[in-house]
Design a protein around this ligand. Structure first.
Ligand code: KMH
Ligand code: ZN
Length: 280
């Protein structure tokens, strides 16, 4: 029985341009402020992409370390770095994200068309990410963009064992052009496919663009958790740009409360995901 809702905020992403979305947090100060605000509202995990001085996506190691330190000092949030980066990032840089020592990192379970681009995730690369995270005690969040990615996860766990912390948590990223759609039937299909994964596997879901609300409601009703943020949605409602990540987290918190599954605290989220207590 799922009693609370894990809320993850994905505030920045690698796809939107600051020039087109001025509210996007791109500097460390902006990210930290957003993180604090979203934590106060009920977020427990932050999924982090960083930008350079020109607001372009970067995997610069110094900046990543500085970001992890600042988020740890300024918040109790679980810090999840993106190992997905931008579609143009080389594998070596994506693996090196783990050197920044986050609590969690994302691990995408397969290659897919990503709009007009290709988001490349070769099997050997996935195995490297998974096994390095195991060695370093970094808890993965497996990013599932399509149903076949769950089959790949089943194969990964069967061959290489459970992740650090022993708990399996996946995130359904729905509505990417090239992946599964952000619809209730697709979420139900993905949810049902979890039966082939270890007992107790948990899931979050996020819907890109206009699929945000249907995916949020479907996930809550299926016992799932929520990811929201400007990485995934920059329009709050038709004709209304998102003003801040807070606005999206506040809406998710409201839905979770209506479902009588209030947001998990950061301590409860750590216990759920198998992430060691803050200040380890
Ligand atoms: N930016 C996308 C190409 C992740 O963070 O792990 C990949 C992505 C997934 O956002
Ligand atoms: Zn991401």
């Amino acid at each position: 029985m799922t009693t609370g809702t894990l809320i993850t905020v994905a505030p920045t992403g690698a796809e939107s341009a600051k020039a087109e979305v001025p509210a996007l947090p791109v500097t460390l100060d902006e990210l930290l402020l957003t993180a604090k605000e979203c934590e106060a509202l009920g977020a427990a995990v932050i999924h982090v992409h960083i930008r350079d001085d020109e607001a372009k996506p970067t995997l610069d190691q110094g900046r990543l370390r500085e970001t992890v330190t600042a988020l740890r000092e300024g918040t109790d949030l679980i810090v999840q770095l993106s190992s997905g980066g931008a579609v143009t990032d080389p594998e070596a840089d994506r693996l090196a994200v783990l050197d920044a020592g986050p609590d969690m990192a994302s691990c995408t379970m397969g290659t897919l068309n990503f709009g007009d681009d290709v988001f490349l995730n070769r099997w050997e690369f996935i195995v490297d990410l998974h096994t390095r995270m195991q060695e370093r005690g970094i808890v993965p969040e497996y990013e599932i963009f399509d149903l076949g990615h769950l089959t790949a996860l089943q194969r990964l766990l069967g061959k290489y064992g459970l992740p650090a912390g022993g708990h399996v948590h996946v995130d359904f990223v729905m509505g990417v052009p090239g992946g599964m759609p952000g619809t209730t039937p697709a979420l139900v299909a993905a949810h049902q496919a979890l039966r082939d994964l270890p007992e107790g596997t948990t899931f979050s879901a996020t819907g890109i663009g206009r699929s945000t609300i249907p995916v949020m409601l479907a996930s809550l009703s299926a016992g799932g958790h929520l990811r929201v943020g400007m990485e995934d949605t920059v329009t709050y409602a038709k004709g209304r740009p998102v003003e801040s990540n807070m606005q999206l987290v506040a809406r998710a918190v409201g839905f979770a409360q209506l479902a009588q599954r209030p947001p998990l605290t950061t301590a409860e989220a750590r216990a759920l995901l198998g992430v060691p207590a803050a200040g380890r």
